[in-house]
Design a protein around this ligand. Sequence first.
Ligand code: PDD
Length: 292
Amino acid sequence: MSQLPESAAVPQIVYLNGAFVPIEQAMVPVLDRGFIFGDGIYEVVPVYGGKVFRWPHHLARLKRSLDRIGIANPFDDAGWGDLVQALIARHAWTDQFIYMQVTRGVARRDHAFPAGIKPTVFAMSNALQLVSAEVRAQGVRLISLPDERWLHCDIKSTSLLGNVLARQAAADAGALECVQFRDGFMTEGSSSNIWVVRNGTIFGAPRDRFILEGIRVGLMSELAAACGIPFEVRRILREEVQAADEILLTSATKEVLAACELDGRPVGHGLAAGKPGPIYHAIYAAYQKAKA
Ligand code: PDD
C-alpha cells in the first residue's frame, strides 16, 4: 500500500511539454486535439517501491500506439525512461502509477491531421492505492454488457467514451467491472482484461483488434506457466463465461482480481461458488512474487 493517501499534502508535480509544474498550473489549450477529438494515446504504468514494473513492455506498447495513429514519437527510449524516473523521484508514495499521454497537438479544428504541429506530451504520477485485502478476499461483482466500442480496441487511445459508458453501467449496477461480448464472444472489461477458468485451465480472448493487449496478458501466460496451470488463448463463448469455475480480471492498477458474481449470480459451483478460487490464489501469489 502507498504510505500516503492521495489526499495527503504531497504536491503533485506533473510534466507538460518540457516543464515540470504543479498540477494546478498545467494547462492545455482548448484547441488541443486531445480535448476536441480524443486524438491521442496513453499508458498506465505501475511502480512498486520506486521500481517500474514491466517498463519495456509498457514502452513498447506506447510506441506501438503512437505508430498506429501516426503521431511521431516525441522521445527516444532513454527520454521516456528519464521522464518516468523524474516523476517517481518527485513523489513520496511508495507505490505509484505513471500516466502518460500524447495527443496530436494544437491546431484549428479540422478532422484531418494538420501538418507541422507538435504533439502535446503530458505525464503524471499518482499514488497507487492497491485493492484492499477485504475486497480481494471477497471478490468483485461483474455485469455482462454488449461491446459497443469501435473496432480498434487494440490501440490504447484516449478516445474512451465507449469504455467510460461501459464502466458507468457497471457502477450503476453496483459492480466493479463489466465483461463485454461481441457477437456472442467475450472481449474484455471496460479497463481490464478478463480471464475464464474452466476445469483447471485459464482461458483468455485472442489478441486481436477487439481487445487491448494488456501488459498483464503476457504476464498471465508467464504466471500460469510458473504455477503449472494450463493456459489457452481462444474465442470464448458467453455460455462458457457464465459456466466458468472462476473469472479473473487484470489491469495495471487492479493487478489480478477474482469475480464473486456475474450478473447477480455467484461465479463457480457448489461450495466454492461466489468466492475467489484456487487458480486466483495461485496467480495472485505468483504476481506478488513477480513484483518483488
Ligand atoms: N486500463 N483493457 C482495457 C480496455 C484497459 O483500459 C486496460 C488497462 C486493460 C489492461 O491493460 P494493462 O494490463 O496493461 O493495464 C485492458 C488502464 C489501467 C487504465 O485505463 O487506467
